[in-house]
Design a protein around this ligand. Structure first.
Ligand SMILES: [Zn+2]
Length: 404
């Protein structure tokens, strides 16, 4: 069993399709007039896997589906079970406070905290909660309210470990939250910020760095000078491979992607071959660039074209994984972790993300243990939990004969 820790995972984004589907079914069975479409129709075909569709999917559908506290707590339980069954032994889950009628946002977060606390007493995987401030939604006073809620819950013994800045990276002015994050730092909460998700935000990055965050998530569009600062300040980096690749957040790279013109040429060649064999087909549609009405034997040109597009997409994904900036950070000294971000959207559990790292960056079993130790260096949980995880990591090395 490979042990693992996960530091960047969003609660709602980590709910898997079967859980959404079962909540939807319960609501269909019990609520008259409930008319949301089923999740398996809404969440298929890469739904929400881009900056332009990700946030609307949450705001217009997922939050409407999980619109009561009992459903959210059911989903939370399933998220914890999903991570634990994937051999995660330390988890930091993050969530943005929101009210669920008749409960206020602070009542919702209190209930989540209590359930996590109960989980921690009885289960192998320890979980801490990070509260997120949404840069596209929260006013200064709302953000202060989130910090105060975090501090209040922590003072009452709940496992609140940090404060996050997230939300749509295109929106909002992060400067307005400076004093809040500085206060959180003084109070000893871990600070983690979504950072460098889009291009051309140098000034914003300098602003965020002045808050002295402990960790940064994604760290994609970061110039060399900024990277050097992150190394100097020993800031942990949270890498999210599948999210970055599938959401198209990475800088473009040259890949051998076939274009539509080339596909048309290939289809034309097939059509000519079939014409000489006497098959029936409609050439006119192709000549106009309309491949919908064009059939070659049992495989229509449309199907062939979409298969080629899929092949191209897979080829492009492979190239992007290989060029992911994990490959640079792996050789720098900072704390580094591999994360799922929103596994319900990107359909990749923790072990799959580690498999991708092994595959594309040739990590060995020794490297994976090193990676776990480097992630552990950046966690926000209490010392006794960190010590426990370290012991379990050492036991794992002994059991598996991995040199430490
Ligand atoms: Zn995130």
């Amino acid at each position: 069993m490979m042990t693992d820790r996960k530091l960047h995972a969003h609660l709602t984004g980590s709910i898997t399709l079967p859980i959404f589907q079962s909540i939807w079914q319960q609501r269909v069975d019990t609520e008259a007039g409930f008319d949301l479409p089923p999740p398996d129709q809404v969440l298929g075909n890469g739904a929400g896997q881009s900056v332009s569709t990700f946030f609307p999917l949450f705001n217009t559908y997922l939050y409407s589906l999980i619109s009561s506290l009992p459903y959210l707590l059911t989903a939370l339980q399933s998220v914890l079970e999903t991570f634990q069954s994937d051999n995660v032994i330390y988890l930091e889950l993050r969530t943005t406070p929101r009210s669920l009628r008749p409960h206020s946002a602070s009542e919702v977060i209190s209930a989540i905290s209590q359930q996590i606390q109960e989980w921690n007493v009885s289960q192998l995987m320890w979980t801490g909660l990070i509260l997120s401030i949404d840069r596209s939604k929260h006013s200064i006073s709302e953000a202060w309210g989130i910090l105060n809620l975090a501090l209040d819950l922590r003072s009452r013994g709940y496992p609140i470990v940090g404060l996050d800045l997230g939300g749509n990276p295109i929106k909002g002015d992060v400067k307005i939250y400076r004093e809040i994050f500085e206060a959180a730092k003084r109070e000893g909460l871990g600070l983690t910020l979504h950072f460098g998700e889009i291009e051309g935000r140098d000034e914003e990055q300098s602003e965020m760095l002045s808050w002295e965050p402990d960790r940064l998530g994604h760290v994609i569009w970061v110039k060399e000078e900024m990277k050097r600062k992150l190394v100097e300040m020993d800031i942990g980096v949270e890498m999210c491979l599948s999210c970055n690749v599938l959401a198209g957040l990475l800088p473009p790279i040259s890949t051998p992607i076939r274009n539509t013109k080339e596909m048309t040429v290939r289809s034309s060649a097939n059509a000519e071959m079939d014409a000489s064999a006497g098959n029936e087909y409609e050439l006119e549609g192709l000549m106009k660039g309309d491949q919908d009405s064009f059939d070659v034997g049992n495989i229509s040109a449309k199907e062939e074209s979409s298969k080629m597009e899929e092949d191209d997409r897979q080829e492009s994904y492979e190239a992007q994984y290989t060029s992911h900036h994990f490959g640079q950070w792996w050789f720098l000294p900072n704390s580094i972790s591999i994360n799922t971000d929103d596994l319900g959207i990107f359909h990749s559990i923790s072990s799959s993300e580690h498999f991708l790292a092994c595959k594309h960056f040739h990590l060995s079993r020794v490297d994976l243990v090193r990676l776990s130790r480097r992630a552990l260096k950046g966690v926000f949980g209490p010392t006794e939990v960190v010590d426990l995880v370290e012991r379990r990591l050492s036991e794992f090395e002994q059991e598996e004969g991995i040199p430490s």
